[in-house]
Structures are given as C-alpha cells and as structure tokens.
Design a protein around this ligand. Structure first.
Ligand code: DLL
Length: 435
C-alpha cells in the first residue's frame, strides 16, 4: 500500500530525532519571543531557549494545561496577530467555557497534510467516497477529516452528524465507502440500518471507518467491524494541539502512528509528572513543533496510553500510541479500586445477551462512592422470561467482579432505552450530589 509521505513517515529514528531537536529549539525560541505565558514561565525557571541541547531535557520544562487556555480566553494563547489567523475552532469543556484554537495558513496546510497521511495509512484513496458524519461547526473533527480526504482525492460528502435516515439513504445512493464518525454513532447507525431492513455488511459499500473523538475498546471495535464488515480504525487528537491528524492507525490496527515531525509525545506518571519508561502506561503529554498560531509546550492531555518505538510492519518508523484506555479524570475510585469506563465496556461487549449501549451512574452510598451500570439487553435476547434475563444479569455481575473485584449495582434495561448521540457519548453520569 502506498505511503503518503514516505520521507517523513519512514525516516530512520536517529534522523527523525535530529529533526525534532532542531524544530524544538526553534519552537522554544519562537514561544519565548511571542508568548508572554511561556516567557514568564521560562524566566521563572531561569531557562533560556538556547539552553536545551537534547530532547530528553524537554521533560524539565513546565507543563501546559486546559486551565491555561481558559485563563487566556479567548485569544490570549495566540502567538500571531489576528490578521494572520484564518480559522477558529473550539471545544466545549464540561465547565461550559470554550477552549479556543486558531490556525494560520501554514497551520491549515500542515493539518491537511497530516490528515492526508492518517487517512491513506488506512487504505483510503481517490477511489473512495467518504461520508463525514462528525458534526460540522467548531469541532475540529469534520473539517480536519475533510481537508485530508480531499487532499488524497477521495470524494467527500459533508453530511454532518445526525439525521440518521438521511445518512443511510445517502450512504446507499451515493455509494459511500468510508464512514467518518464517532464509534458510538457508527454502532447506532448499524442498528438503525438493521431496523430499516438494511444489512450494513451486505447492502452497503462501507469498507473503512475513520473513527475518533472518543475512546472505544477493542471489543467495541470488533462489534462495529462485524456489523459493518469494515476495517474500523482509531484516530486520536485534541483541539488544543490541532485536532485530528496527530495520530492514527494504519490498516494493521496495531497502534496509532504519531506525526512525529510535527509533535513530540511524552508519557508521564500522572501523579509525579515524571516521564515513565517506554512501553509503560501514563498520561500523554504533547509538544507541537510546527504550529504557528498556538504552539503548546508539554500539553497535558489527561488521556492515558503508552508508546512503542518498534517500527511497524507497514514500513512506518514513527512511534505508535496504544489505544487510549481512559482519561485521568475518568478514573473513578470505588471502594479503593481504580475503575475506568473502558473496563466496564470490555465486560459488556463480551457478555452474550447484552448490547453495547450503557451508562454508568456514579452515586454516593453513605460516605463512599458507588456505581450503577445500566445496560441494554440486546434485541435478540430481549424476552419476558424472567429466568433468562436473570441469567444474563448474573453472568454480567460475575464478569464485572472478575474484572473489577467489585459488585456494582446492575440494571438491565430494554433495547433502545439509552439515549443515542451523533457526537461523543456521555458514558458516566455523576449523580453524587443528588443520591
Ligand atoms: O476529538 C479531535 C478529533 C476529532 C480526534 C476527530 C480524532 C478524530 P476534542 O473535541 O478537543 O478533539 O476532544 C479531545 O477527545 O483529549 C480525548 O479525551 C478524546 N478523544 C479524541 N479522540 C480519541 C480517540 C477531538 N481516538 C479529547 N480515543 C481527547 C480516545 C479520544 N479518546
């Protein structure tokens, strides 16, 4: 399979690290000159941009986080005058205040190239028809994917999220071969297709899914692949560092190739904030190497993953990021046990009779936090035979206990009773104040 930018994607590691160091040194000088925030932080450390002599010294610099974006809302993080910004995007945080990001013309060009690489490594090319079912708007997902897909010559259908009946009609009539959406929405669409008498595997032409925007487990991926008969790829990024294009899986589905000529990725221990050895899991920290509008030095993503530097069988030499297993702020401590929603998802997808639609309710029982897991019974298993339902519930509880060593409350609910979304799913409901 052709590689979009062989020079960069297959560069020997030593050469790549040399390039990263040059770019990092340039970037540090740039932010020192243009950003009051970084100048102040570097000065406080007594650090001059020219002091950094090798890549490992990056970990001595201070971290940047979402709070910095909030405190400098809307444009205080920008390093170029407004006249050089040609695009604004934003992501909505849980607190309601937007995290605003911008692009210069060069940023947009780099973004397009990175997404072009990302989509081509899955096998997408100019014969494909790509249906973009991410919501257009301030979210970086839809626009970013559109640029990259158009750059490789695919035909783009910018249908946006929602209106599922129309999605299916367009998919069939326009012959879509690529679906771009959140994994949750892909699963939901397959369900609606089946209800409408369309078998996504046999009656539709989708062969590749470019998924991202939220975490999904391997088991969830398998479910999507089985239902659609497609290759379901996982792609990660966040608006603060430029959106999608940061990392994505190739057709071998063995970790996400990071665009290392544009970013340095570190994995740190979320408690001590110290780098962990390669291969070990921790919080992903990202430094941009080429961004002009909003460069970020050591951005704390709160996402948890690990890295490998082994070259991939596809021929690329870039570091690969394992599937994101959760966020540090997703982690719930229940009776002393660390629980991530992704662990619960893995259990659900492996229990026969359950559908992968669920919600986790976190509530207070006395002084302790506890969980209630509401999960849909699959349509096939839905029955009014109490004993059969009870057997499913018992099996679910047993598997939960095996995975978590906990006995959370479990509630099986009817098919289709958990709200579906065209965007990112909200898996955990925090009801600790009112339970
Ligand atoms: O979700 C950017 C994006 C769009 C990436 C489309 C890939 C495809 P934000 O809205 O800023 O940006 O949300 C970023 O979403 O910190 C993760 O917690 C989560 N996230 C995004 N992609 C993945 C993924 C876009 N593949 C936040 N796996 C991130 C797990 C993901 N989590």
């Amino acid at each position: 399979m052709p590689i979009w930018n062989k020079e960069m994607e297959c560069m020997p590691r030593e050469e790549l690290e040399k390039l990263q160091l040059e770019r990092l040194q340039r970037m540090l000088a740039y932010v020192y000159e243009k950003s009051p925030l970084y100048r102040e932080r570097f000065d406080a450390l007594g650090f001059q941009p020219g002091d950094l002599k090798n890549l490992s010294e990056l970990s001595k610099l201070p971290l940047t986080d979402k709070e910095d974006f909030r405190n400098h809302y809307p444009f205080g993080m920008f390093c170029v005058p407004n006249r050089d910004i040609i695009r604004l995007h934003a992501s909505s945080g849980t607190t309601g205040k937007l995290t605003v990001v911008g692009c210069t013309r060069n940023d947009l060009e780099n973004w397009t190239e990175m997404v072009a690489r990302m989509v081509s490594m899955t096998g997408v090319d100019n014969n494909d028809v790509a249906q973009i079912a991410f919501g257009y708007g301030l979210f970086t997902g839809a626009h970013g994917l559109q640029y990259g897909l158009e750059r490789v010559g695919a035909t783009v259908i910018p249908i946006s999220g929602g209106n599922s009946e129309k999605q299916l009609m367009v998919m069939k009539d326009f012959g879509s071969t690529v679906l771009v959406s959140t994994p949750t929405y892909a699963l939901h669409l397959s369900e609606l297709a089946m209800q409408a008498g369309i078998d996504p595997k046999n009656d539709l032409d989708i062969r590749i899914g470019l998924f991202g925007g939220e975490a999904f487990s391997e088991e969830y991926r398998r479910e999507i692949q089985d239902r659609w008969g497609m290759l379901a790829t996982d792609n990660y990024g966040l608006s603060e560092i430029g959106g999608p294009g940061f990392s994505g899986e190739c057709y071998l589905l063995c970790g996400q190739h990071v665009a290392e000529d544009h970013y340095i990725v570190e994995i740190v221990d979320p408690d001590t904030l110290q780098p962990v050895p390669i291969g070990q899991s921790g919080e992903v920290v990202i430094t941009t190497l080429t961004k002009e509008a909003i460069p970020v030095i050591r951005y704390r993503t709160k996402d948890i993953s690990s890295l490998t530097l082994e070259p991939c069988d596809c021929g690329r030499t870039t570091a690969r990021l394992a599937k994101i297993t959760g966020r540090t702020d997703d982690m719930m401590v229940i009776r002393g046990v660390n629980v991530f929603p992704s662990q619960i998802e893995s259990v659900i997808v492996n229990v026969a009779g359950l559908a992968p639609h669920y919600q986790i309710i976190r509530y207070k029982k006395g002084f302790l936090d506890d969980l209630e897991i509401q999960v849909e019974i699959s349509e096939k298993a839905f029955t009014d035979n109490y004993a059969e339902l009870e057997a499913i519930e018992e099996e679910f509880k047993l598997q939960l206990y095996k995975t978590l060593s906990l006995n959370p409350k479990v509630k099986l609910v009817e098919p289709h009773s958990i709200e579906r979304t065209a965007g990112k799913a909200r898996r955990v409901i925090d009801a600790r104040d009112n339970k």
